[in-house]
Ligand binder design. Structure first.
Ligand code: ATR
Length: 278
């Protein structure tokens, strides 16, 4: 019997996850199926239980994307520490009596930075733009890499300050670096080795009020959005920074989920190359 997996979202038509997991399965010889399921905005839990109850093989897990990651967090009966810190779940594992919620987004970002882009966060001055769900999901994994500094900057300064404080006080978290929070105005005169855009500004075409000095010639600018040249990417390029989009993070978070489910870590380079080529 083939083990079944799916990704739930709304919209979901554009999802590249079925292709990524099919490539991982072929590469590692794992017998799985993986489909994209459109859940109604108010029908996530129902869609998950329908998926679990139907089909030929056993349902073993799911990925969860916008807008259901917080709902998946609540639906899970147990959660990993990284899911707790993120306040969101993108990977569910179905076990006999439990639904385990995990979050592989931050691990995916860190792996993309370290292994694909040669940009180890250790010792770097990091600027994280945005203080919503996408930003929250990557803070703990970044802190665990021991950067020199992590500054969270957000259009609404208070949200950044609150988020920074929350992670500075995270119980049981063995990290020396305490994040700070600021508004964009607080970036004047500051420069960073790594600037990560976790705002949703790129999706609406909006640019961010970043002082040009934020990027140095050796800085890396990382846009979490993929598949389009955003205003942030253009700003960073103009300032001479090295620019990456979020396609590598997408593939790496999928690889981490595949590892959680199957205990096998797929090679991501050929999959990333295949996605870039099409
Ligand atoms: P996500 O889950 O993608 O992070 P979100 O929780 O709605 O989505 O958060 C969106 C983030 O992008 C927020 O940090 C938001 O800033 P505010 O807290 O000030 O709303 C940021 N954002 C969205 N559009 C933006 C824009 N045009 N300029 C600057 N920041 C923007």
């Amino acid at each position: 019997m083939t083990d079944r997996y799916a990704v739930f979202g709304n919209p979901i038509g554009h999802s590249r996850s079925p292709r990524i997991h099919a490539l991982f399965a072929a590469q590692t010889g794992q017998d799985i199926s993986y489909e994209a399921i459109l859940a109604a905005k108010d029908g996530f839990a129902t869609a998950v239980s329908t998926f679990m109850a139907s089909g030929d093989g056993p349902a073993k897990g799911a990925n969860v994307t916008v807008p259901f990651k917080e709902e998946a967090f609540r639906l899970a009966t147990r959660r990993t520490a990284r899911a707790e810190a993120a306040g969101a779940v993108n990977t569910l594992s179905f076990e006999q009596d439990a639904m385990i919620g995990d979050n592989t987004d931050g691990a995916g970002l860190v792996r993309d930075l370290k292994h694909n882009l040669g940009c180890d966060p250790a010792g770097r001055r990091i600027l994280l733009l945005g203080a919503g769900g996408a930003a929250r999901g990557v803070i703990l994994p970044l802190l665990l890499e021991r950067p020199a500094e992590l500054l969270i900057a957000n259009r609404t300064e208070q949200t950044a300050a609150r988020l920074a404080l929350e992670f500075a006080r995270l119980p049981g978290c063995a990290v020396d670096v305490k994040p700070d929070g600021t508004g964009f105005a607080g970036l004047a005169g500051r420069q960073f080795d790594l600037v990560i855009n976790a705002t949703s500004a790129g999706l609406s075409g909006a640019s961010l009020p970043l002082p040009p000095y934020v990027f140095g010639p050796r800085s890396v600018a990382y846009e979490m959005v993929y598949g389009r040249e955003t205003a942030f990417m253009a700003q960073a390029r103009a300032a001479g920074a090295r620019v990456a989009d979020g396609l590598g993070m997408l593939v790496e978070q999928a690889a981490e989920a595949f590892f959680v489910w199957r205990g096998v870590r797929p090679h991501t380079a050929p999959v990333l190359a295949a996605l870039k080529g099409s």
